[in-house]
Design a protein around this ligand. Sequence first.
Ligand code: TYD
Length: 205
Amino acid sequence: MRKIELRGKLIVFEGLDFTGKSTQVEILAGRLRKMGLPVTTTREPGGTELGESVRKVILSNDHTELLPLSELALFITCRAQLSSEVIKPALSAGHVVVSSRYRLSSLAYQGYGRGLDLRLIEQLNEIATSGRQPDLTFLLDLPAEKALQRRGEVRDRIEQEDLAFYRRVRTGYLDLTDDDPSVHLLDATASIDNIAHKVLRLVDL
Ligand code: TYD
């Protein structure tokens, strides 16, 4: 992808918790800005005022009663707000939008992880994003065991999940993307610099 083609494009980092998505978002965004491109960075869940409030509810350990369907509805709420308030306007203004997580997260976590119907999730994703798919996705892939080894003592509600859950989510990511040419699989056991270098090469910078 050449410089001019990056304007108005949506680039997403996906992967399990603790794979370093937000670090890579910042590195790529910094590089794009240095090239003089307008860049908007964002994250899910969150990225809007309402979304950040909902994020607190989703991740709070006080809400262990949250049903899988309720959890999905909250993620979809965040995505709809983010899409309408931030992503769509930024893309229309010619920004490169770089996001940590997007539609694939709900398919992997709520679909494969929680067992909710993938078609239902896709329908909600379509509505929440007005059908906007990422132009490019970097999947930071890490075995579930390794992801959990990076987990600290203080854990949010989802980080409390067991190895079997994280294994299902990882399988989901791999299954959902294996024949998608817009998704680049990156080994998240590599160093930050090494991953960043590969990302920059793949966007032709
Ligand atoms: P995030 O802030 O990306 O956590 P991390 O930086 O640790 O990767 O996401 C918070 C949690 O929300 C994370 O455990 C993944 C989960 N999640 C879903 O289960 N479904 C979704 O659709 C999204 C966007 C996130």
